[in-house]
Design a protein around this ligand. Sequence first.
Ligand code: 5AD
Ligand code: FES
Length: 363
Amino acid sequence: MNRKNPNTDSFENLSQQAIVALLQSSGAERTALFEQSAQIKEKYVGNKVYLRGLIEMSNTCAKDCFYCGIRKSNKKVTRYDLKDEEILAAARYAYESRYGSIVIQSGELSSKRNTERIEGLLKQIREQSEGGLRVTLSCGEQSLSCYERWRKAGADRYLLRIETSNPELYLKLHPHNQNHRFERRLEALEALRVAGYQVGTGVMIGLPFQTLEDLAYDLRWMQQLEIDMVGMGPYLEHPDTPLYPYRNQLLPLADRFDLSLKMIAILRILMKDINIAASTAMQSIDKLGREKAIKVGANVFMPNITPGIYRDFYRLYENKPCTDESAEDCSNCIEVRMALTGHSIAYDEWGDSAHYQSKKINK
Ligand code: 5AD
Ligand code: FES
């Protein structure tokens, strides 16, 4: 993974201590951080936003993460599984709306049937859009051979959040069994690299028991791994999860939001040419949360194109936005939202990570 770094801006090798100081910054220092990250973004990836139509394929999950609303043990969730036709129709909608790219996300399921089903869907999506859509998968930890099959069938990118890069904190957020091992998650990220994906990861910000040092380390960890894409956002408590009793220990929502903006800004400074998503969780706290994220460094926006009737069921956390809208409503609102940020929308562009491309060239 050796790569000549074309970056010449100051600030790029921030120490752990310097990152913690930036995460704590306020007033003029905070403003300077956001100005710097916005400038770097403009210089390296431009003031444009790539779209990824988000299809939440199923909220059934085999795992039991302590923070997540769709965890297996939450019996209050109405489980759904989109029909193949619905997924294909959503993909067609994204293509016809000139999004350039989609993300298929689901709870984590590992079975022969699931592998084959997604493989089939990928092939059909490729066929119906004549290879014109880039597809990102976000379907959890799978074997290398499964990742390879999906890659071959047409998936180019994969998102697998590490959630936290601190193994001790990871232990506090997950059940202690073979199904929820930190090392296995790392191995899965490595397998995605081997299978040739553009690899995305991310963390939650403002988790119980998490320190600023943890967050600073998360950023340096992503830099060390030379990750191509990042999606990260604030942790939001969910009443039907085991972490809910710890809600009194959390930072106020506004502070979690501010910390998330700073994480995005610092990441942009550290990793100038990667793709950074403006996460939906940011919008749960602040109506203009995603726009603010874009202003300080994010360059990917993921309009939800899951058929409206299912949206309310994909509740990872409380107050998830856009759960009562249709894809058409989202499309109309993107134009208005992006105009607010002074960015243009990159219609019909795949928006591959510039970082991934430059790594290939320098190999
Ligand atoms: N708050 C914020 N983000 C959450 N996720 C899951 N549960 C929560 C929560 N309570 C995020 C995780 C997961 C992604 C799909 O959603 O980071 O990887
Ligand atoms: Fe589904 Fe964590 S609860 S992956």
